[in-house]
Design a protein around this ligand. Sequence first.
Ligand code: ZN
Ligand code: ZN
Length: 140
Amino acid sequence: MQNLKCQKCGTHFITENISGVAVKTCVKCKLVFIDGVEVTRLREGHNAYSAGQTISRHAYETTSATHMISEKCPRCEVKLRDEEYIKNSNIHFKLCDKCLSIMFDAGELDKLKHYQISPATKIYDEFEELFPVMKKVLAG
Ligand SMILES: [Zn+2]
Ligand SMILES: [Zn+2]
């Protein structure tokens, strides 16, 4: 886990604990990587709360194969999927369908920072519970 390298520039990550979630940031290009284990924990907490049950690691809602990009997951080396984080915002993030990790490029984080969130804002379906963490990532 400690030896993960950024898939964009090959540099190592530093890990910070943000609201109890281990968030990795590339020291060079500032890409943010959140491990699938952390993401799953957040999603399970959310679902357990609302449905009284836990979910195991399950795949993200699959979309068209056209979203697959050539960048690979630093953990499991499979191709990543590019998705829009907030509908119609043109702010994108990357998902690994295998280990369920997620990644944000620095440029996308910058866009997210300046994006006006309204009550009607539709965040990528399965990641509402991640949003408070992302807000703190942006604030830091
Ligand atoms: Zn990097
Ligand atoms: Zn992966």
